[in-house]
Design a protein around this ligand. Structure first.
Ligand code: AP5
Ligand code: MG
Length: 215
């Protein structure tokens, strides 16, 4: 099964994608995570990505399309994938269609996670992850069971994203409304778009997504 999780910054795309990886064996393809890995590696492209992401702007379509095309060619995605953060423009959505068609793959569901703008700043500024295993947490909404200790791997080191500040989130949100939201009618016209209430509790959002996948 191949799906796209679509939604503004902080909608819960990464949170739900990681759950689907665990429960359904699908592979999460997060362009944001790929870009952060590129930044960590350094080099001129990593530097460009660092600056654009810090500003909350979008990376060039061509680069993102190439990045996904390369990733989708790997064998681990054959049992199904969850696109998280891609496509983000209509041009990326069109390029994705073309590449899936060439590979004989199809999209089963595009799931929009709808969240009111006002909730997103609190979600994003409170977010942190385990520095060792990447498990995601939130200062208020998803705390570790034992304070300061990762539930999954026991690490006591955590990190926050450089772009998770109120100013950058506002720009990311504006980019979402201008550049990414126009993808919704694109997929609606093709009958694959479903919407879930991203304001619900994390477990309830998971249930709503599972109900869609169960058909
Ligand atoms: P990316 O990493 O994709 O960031 P984003 O889209 O802004 O989304 P986030 O990762 O911030 O949010 P999320 O929906 O994953 O939320 P999460 O589950 O963590 O992209 C970063 C940057 O890279 C972009 O700004 C751009 O520059 C560049 N980029 C990436 N892809 C690109 C592309 N295709 N083209 C061009 N540029 C690209 O949840 C957030 C927090 O809320 C967590 O702490 C979580 O615990 C909590 N939470 C989750 N669900 C709930 C809930 N239901 N209730 C309460 N709290 C919740
Ligand atoms: Mg994410």
């Amino acid at each position: 099964m191949n799906l796209i999780l679509l939604g503004p910054p902080g909608a819960g795309k990464g949170t739900q994608a990681r759950r689907l990886e665990d429960t359904r064996g699908l592979v999460q393809l997060s362009t944001g995570d790929m870009l952060r890995a590129m930044v960590a590696e350094g080099g001129p492209l990593g530097q460009q990505a660092k600056e654009i992401m810090a500003a909350g702007k979008l990376m060039p379509d061509e680069l993102m399309v190439d990045m996904i095309a390369e990733r989708i060619s790997k064998s681990d995605v054959k049992n199904g994938f969850i696109l998280d953060g891609f496509p983000r423009t209509v041009a990326q959505a069109e390029a994705l269609d073309k590449m899936l068609e060439e590979k004989g793959l199809k999209l089963d569901h595009v799931i929009e996670m709808r969240v009111v703008d006002d909730a997103l700043v609190e979600r994003v500024t409170g977010r942190y992850t385990c520095a060792k295993c990447g498990k995601g947490y939130h200062d208020v909404f998803e705390k570790p069971k034992v304070e300061g200790v990762c539930d999954v791997c026991g690490s006591t080191e955590f990190k926050r994203r450089a772009d998770d500040n109120a100013e950058t989130v506002t720009t990311r949100l504006a980019q979402y409304h201008q550049q990414t939201a126009p993808i919704l009618p694109y997929y609606q016209g093709r009958g694959v778009l479903k919407t879930v209430d991203g304001m619900a509790d994390i477990d309830d959002v998971t249930k709503e997504i599972e109900a869609i996948l169960a058909g």
